[in-house]
Design a protein around this ligand. Structure first.
Ligand code: SAH
Ligand code: SF4
Ligand code: F3S
Length: 523
């Protein structure tokens, strides 16, 4: 480590000179960090591990962008990386457990390489109990932050370095209400210094992480770095947060209230992506139908479609759309677009009216069926996917049969099926009529059986036909095969070489193997 640089990092001047406004403030810290991390000859490796949904995946691209800008290369192995970030999800219990397993495995790596930096961020960190658990059980975690202040990541790394070199700054949290912070640790540390104590206590405090978790944030900070995971496709946030409060769901508590990005910001990001050769974009929001950027979602979609055609983007997708807000004007807009994929994710959750009511979903079975039918009438080739929860508290056999009935009637092209997971803090966690494991498992298996048979029938009908495929990567299982996606999202493997990655080609589907196809390029 270069002692000149560490001295500079410790100077008060460096903090006083930092701009107050965002994103300039973070760009300033990025520059300072770059000086530090690029001062040694061997390039350091960073690994960003993402759990959860497309929003988290997009957030991880922003974190990777920041790490790349300050001088890290992307490395794929957590154990040997110099910087590891876990971008967490807390949608179901098993998402949380996943993090603990991965963190546990890093304990030894951190011992071998004490300079290693481990950061944990994302939805799970918006829960105070989880932050406390990390502080106590995983003291080798260095930085903890939440979903609302992702953009302050450079400042948090900077604070960590100052802490490691002996400074005791508290974090500038912009006057935001916090649910967890390291300010308490700083106060304790200062007291120890003032009143004297054993070196050991001080050392212990030093090992405490830099913590900054905000309760909420109404600002959207634009123009920070980001680095795409795939060269040819990108998620584009159109809104953040969720106001729907479905009774089982933790998202509104960990992602905050809905806020929409200005259309111009969205268009600008799309133009930049297109200029970089991106062929597919996915507009992201927990409920895109309630986009409120001065225009509504149907109009935004039409404008994005035009922009895609002008800039050479082949495919536009969006997710997620809440059935309660699926308007005729969105269906019309979608059908009129040329680049918007005929694929729609319409989460059912349950087919039973009483369950839907207790889930706070604001639609009933009939309305759902009608909307699915309207989508199919407007776009007969549309592919419909859904999410279903089995074993919601109080779900009876009769309720479950209603769900199966919708599944059989709509014949979804794909379904993500989940066993209900109790999330503390949500209204459904207080429901006393939780369903026993065996019943849930039995229903889950029956649902899968019905749905899998439908998928197989739907897919087999397509064999022998030719469709455009956007090629994405070399197949995980066979490096002679290149994998791509149909407009519907179904995977196709064809013999070929890497040169077609990022291109759209017509492919004849030769065989259906479970949930994917093999095919041959026609032209
Ligand atoms: N905003 C999206 C969903 C985000 S969460 C929407 O409304 O569709 C993705 C899916 O996780 C949900 O659709 C739901 O099916 C599932 N899910 C959410 N909370 C859950 C819980 N507590 N237990 C089981 N599945 C859950
Ligand atoms: Fe969760 Fe419902 Fe919001 Fe989707 S719409 S994120 S399921 S609260
Ligand atoms: Fe998980 Fe957060 Fe997405 S809880 S599903 S990563 S919004």
């Amino acid at each position: 480590m270069n002692s000149e640089i560490s001295k500079t990092l410790l100077s008060d001047e460096i903090l006083i000179s930092a701009p107050v406004n965002e994103p300039e403030r973070q760009h300033y810290f990025i520059e300072k960090l770059k000086e530090y991390f690029t001062s040694s000859n061997n390039k350091k490796k960073a690994c960003v591990a993402t759990f959860g949904c497309q929003m988290n995946a997009r957030d991880s691209e922003k974190l990777t962008g920041i790490l790349t800008d300050i001088g890290f290369d992307e490395g794929d192995k957590e154990e040997t990386a110099d910087f590891v970030i876990f971008n967490t999800c807390t949608i179901r219990e098993n998402a949380n457990e996943h993090l603990y397993g991965r963190l546990g495995r890093l304990k030894q790596s951190k011992k071998n390489n004490p300079d290693m930096i481990i950061a944990v961020c994302g939805c799970m960190m918006q829960e105070t109990d989880e932050v406390e658990k990390l502080r106590i059980k995983y003291p080798y975690v260095d930085i903890i932050f939440g979903t609302h202040n992702l953009y302050t990541f450079p400042e948090l790394i900077f604070t960590l370095l100052r802490k490691r070199f002996g400074s005791v700054d508290s974090i500038n949290d912009n006057g935001k209400e916090l649910i967890a912070s390291s300010a308490d640790d700083v106060i304790k540390y200062e007291k120890l210094l003032r009143y004297g104590s054993h070196g050991k206590d001080i050392e212990k405090l030093y090992r405490k992480p830099v913590v900054s978790v905000w309760k909420d944030n109404s600002d959207i900070v634009e123009d920070l770095p980001s680095k795409r995971k795939y060269s040819f496709k990108q998620g584009i946030n159109i809104m953040f947060g969720c106001d729907n409060f479905c009774s089982y769901c933790i998202v509104p508590y960990v992602r905050g209230r809905e806020k929409s990005r200005a259309p111009e910001e969205i268009y600008e990001e799309i133009r930049k992506a297109a200029a970089d050769g991106v062929k597919e974009i996915m507009l992201l929001g927990q409920n895109v139908n309630s986009y409120k950027g001065g225009i509504g979602f149907p109009e935004l979609l039409i404008n994005v479609d035009k922009l895609a055609a002008e800039t050479g983007i082949e495919r536009v997708r969006f997710m997620t759309s809440h059935p309660k807000d699926l308007s005729d004007s969105l269906i019309e807009a979608m059908a009129s677009c040329s680049r918007v994929c005929h694929q729609f994710h319409l989460p059912l959750q349950s087919g039973s009216d009483p369950v839907l009511k207790r889930m706070n979903r604001h639609y009933d079975k009939e309305t759902f069926l009608m909307r699915a039918e309207k989508l199919r009438a407007a776009m007969p080739d549309i592919s419909l996917s859904t999410d279903i929860i089995v074993g919601f508290p109080g779900e009876t056999e009769e309720d479950f049969l209603e769900t199966l009935d919708v599944v059989k009637k709509v014949r979804f092209d794909s379904a993500y099926t989940f066993i209900y997971s109790k999330r503390e803090g949500t209204p459904a966690a207080k429901y006393t009529d939780q369903i026993d494991e065996e019943t849930v498992k039995n229903r889950f298996d029956r649902l899968l059986e019905v749905q899998n048979a439908i998928v197989a029938e739907n897919l087999n009908k397509l064999v022998g036909q030719t469709f455009p495929v956007l090629f994405e990567s070399v197949s995980e299982y066979d490096d002679q095969l290149i994998s791509g996606k149909l407009e519907s999202g179904t995977t196709v493997h064809v013999p070929g070489d890497e040169s077609i990655i990022g291109a759209v080609r017509n492919v004849m589907l030769t065989e259906c193997r479970g949930f994917y196809f093999t095919g041959e390029i026609i032209d």
